[in-house]
Design a protein around this ligand. Structure first.
Ligand code: PLP
Length: 351
């Protein structure tokens, strides 16, 4: 049988570096899915969802959790819960919640974004957060929330880079939401517990469908009263699902089996960055604490040729310009990494 990550004609396994969202559920995950005991989760009767939410909350050190279909919906429900119409959230101008979630909070909640400069390491300057908080004046929106992110485009923020801006926000009476789509990558890269990174935040969104390898699903974690209110927002957004334990089983499997193995992706990302840095005509961004992403900037004239050359060898890279993101994940093993390095080597040999 041809696997979804094999080309049908050659049977070559595709090395897909476009994202960590492209993974296939493993055999073990599929077995967990098949064996899941389910119930109607809108009635609160799905034991697998309950087990996942309990496990997620415990790992993040929060009271409780709520299962969402996607990270976008989880972030949006968090914003709608924290902020009302005419209120605003501060976020990094390169953070996903501001750049890549279709302005959902403004569209559906009348919530203003207040973007501030994302620093080179992906963090926010606490002073810039302080300066962005509006005084109590009827001319201004009410600043209600600070949105942080970790990791940020593969950059890992240490606990103090989260705690610094969060402390400024808390002192001013703001709530703090952390988009931790890849928080476990950050925790594994820093060799600390994810709960340490989550501690300064009132709510945290954790994607199960990225490096953790589940086909769908995100957990929003926080205090019981916050999650009760977020449950209402999830209903409004159409995200309350029925026998969704089949998906929660994948998330539970991911939390039990796929966190520590993220270190493998980080190791391969560091090897890939080192190998690619040797070629003239290819710039590789260095990461202070490598996680699962490598950013490369080929010469403009090489972009299309490189992409096509790699595709011919069964290696997929993203179409971003001028800098391309390469993402390591559980479906790229050492053989895949070696094939990728060899293909780049061959391409640059003749440039
Ligand atoms: C940092 C970050 N937050 C949120 C999301 C949204 O997740 P989803 O694609 O599940 O909606 C993504 C997706 O790539 C992301 O990278």
């Amino acid at each position: 049988m041809t696997q979804a990550n094999q080309t049908p004609d050659s049977g070559i396994t595709i090395v897909d570096l476009r994202s960590d969202t492209v993974t296939q559920p493993s055999e073990g995950m599929r077995a967990a899915m098949a064996a899941a005991i389910v119930g109607d989760d809108v009635y609160g009767e799905d034991p697998t969802v309950a087990a996942l939410e309990e496990k997620g909350a415990a790992l993040l050190g929060k009271q409780t959790a709520l299962f969402f279909p996607s990270g976008t919906q989880s972030n949006l429900a968090a914003l709608l819960t924290h902020c009302g119409r005419g209120e605003e959230y501060i976020a990094g101008d390169r953070y996903h919640v501001y750049t890549s979630e279709a302005g959902g909070a403004a569209v559906l909640g009348g919530i203003m974004p207040c973007p501030i400069a994302t620093q080179a390491d992906g963090g926010l300057d606490p002073e810039a957060v302080r300066a962005a908080i509006k005084p109590d004046d009827p001319h201004y929106p009410v600043t209600r929330l600070l949105c942080l992110e970790n990791s940020v485009s593969g950059k890992v923020l240490s606990p103090d880079r989260i705690a610094g801006p969060a402390a400024v926000a808390a002192k001013a009476g703001l709530r703090v939401h952390l988009d931790g789509a890849r928080l476990f990558n950050a925790a594994v890269a820093l060799n600390i517990q994810a709960s340490e990174l989550a501690a300064p935040a009132d709510s945290v969104s954790i994607c199960l469908s990225k490096g953790l390898g589940a086909p769908a699903g995100t957990l929003l974690v926080g205090a019981e009263d916050f999650i009760a209110a977020a449950r209402r927002q999830r209903k409004i957004l159409g995200g309350a699902l029925r026998q969704v334990g089949v998906l929660a089983a994948c998330g539970l499997y991911a939390l039990e089996n796929n966190i520590q193995r993220l270190a493998e992706d980080h190791r391969r990302a560091a090897l890939l960055a080192g190998a690619l840095a040797q070629f003239d005509g290819l710039e590789v961004q260095r990461q202070a604490a490598p996680s699962n992403m490598v950013f490369i900037t080929p010469r403009t004239e090489d972009h299309a040729a490189l992409t096509l050359y790699l595709r011919d060898k069964g290696i997929l890279i993203g179409g971003q310009r001028p800098t391309i993101r390469l993402v390591l994940h559980k479906d790229i093993d050492d053989d895949g990494l070696e094939r990728c390095c060899a293909a780049f080597r061959q391409f640059y040999r003749y440039r």
